[in-house]
Ligand binder design. Structure first.
Ligand code: C2E
Ligand code: MG
Ligand code: MG
Ligand code: MG
Length: 286
């Protein structure tokens, strides 16, 4: 009896693993066609400068509108894109689309684009970024690239080399999901980051658990001593805004200030449709 129940468990486990694998490979095949079929879309989530009382920029977040499955979360398909190498063409599509869309906004907001590990270790990323900026007319200072510690671990030397080349173009670099990876402190010392984004997991716990609070507080102090900007991710409640402000964290992103939304829904906020060409200066009398 006991033996059989163990056997049943194993059978069940193997069947569900098979199904999971089948589902993933089906998704991988469909993901290959997602760009061509026009199923990818960028949503934009505001990043808020609280003391200034204004939006400082937007993070571009990828969505996949699947014909049968509906909208699929990047948490589900980005790992598949990474395993299959599809992250390279998809990442390039994200970069080009974000720059082209944001260049057409009437208001000069920054845009933050997530860069996967495989993209960062690609030697021609700086060239692709440079060409995208030229092609879209977006000033380099309005583009921020978000990288995670996982991006850096694989090949530190190469990652540092690419990051320096990117910085030389005039784009800014943010460390995403800070605190969830390894070797955070030496990474901050070596890499020329402009910003750290405190991971949502610490923000979630910081008003109730002392360890999370300590990590958030220490990160804010560290960033300020290193003269880099600090942003808290995943802020959902007023008490979290109050805590962060009291600790000196000024930039905030989260559902409290706005969810990621498709461009048509934020068109008015970002001035899309307005001319982004500066008004002509009045010709001076001769
Ligand atoms: P991330 O870059 O850390 O992005 C923040 C995630 O937190 C987003 O999830 C966002 O919707 C979510 N979020 C923001 N505020 C809140 C909040 O107040 N509460 C909660 N519960 N969640 C909040 P999303 O859009 O599902 O993306 C998940 C992850 O997928 C991203 O994490 C990023 O690592 C990856 N990702 C998304 N778009 C891209 C992309 O274009 N390229 C790459 N390589 N990765 C991407
Ligand atoms: Mg991000
Ligand atoms: Mg993050
Ligand atoms: Mg993340």
């Amino acid at each position: 009896r006991a033996k059989r129940s163990v056997g049943d468990k194993i059978c069940y486990y193997e069947a569900s693993m098979d199904e999971g694998r089948r589902e993933r490979s089906a998704l991988a095949i469909e993901l290959r066609h997602a760009i061509m079929r026009n199923e990818l879309e960028l949503y934009y989530q505001p990043q808020f400068d609280v003391p200034a009382g204004r939006i400082s920029g937007y993070e571009a977040l990828l969505r996949w509108h699947h014909r049968e499955r509906g909208t699929i979360s990047p948490a589900e398909f980005i790992p598949i894109a990474e395993e299959t190498g599809l992250i390279i063409p998809i990442g390039e599509w994200v970069l080009k689309t974000a720059c082209a869309e944001v260049a057409g906004w009437g208001k000069p907001y920054k845009v933050a684009v997530n860069i996967a590990s495989a993209q960062l270790t690609q030697a021609d990323l700086p060239k692709i970024v440079h060409e995208t900026l030229l092609a879209t007319g977006l000033p380099a200072s309005r583009l921020e690239l978000e990288i995670t510690e996982a991006c850096i671990i694989e090949d530190r030397e190469r990652a540092l080399h690419v990051v320096r080349q990117l910085k030389a173009l005039g784009v800014t670099i943010a460390m995403d999901d800070y605190g969830t990876g390894y070797s955070s402190l030496s990474t901050l010392q070596i890499f020329p980051f402009d910003k750290v984004k405190i991971d949502r997991s610490f923000v979630e716990g910081m008003t109730t658990d002392t360890a999370s609070a300590a990590i958030v507080r220490a990160t804010i102090l560290l960033a300020s001593d290193l003269r880099i900007a600090v942003l808290a991710e995943g802020v959902e409640r007023q008490e979290q805004v109050d805590f962060l402000q009291a600790e000196g964290c000024t930039e905030i992103q989260g559902f409290f200030f706005g969810r990621p939304q498709p461009l048509p829904e934020i068109a008015e906020q970002v001035g899309r449709g307005e001319s982004s060409v500066p008004p002509l200066t009045t010709p001076r009398a001769a």
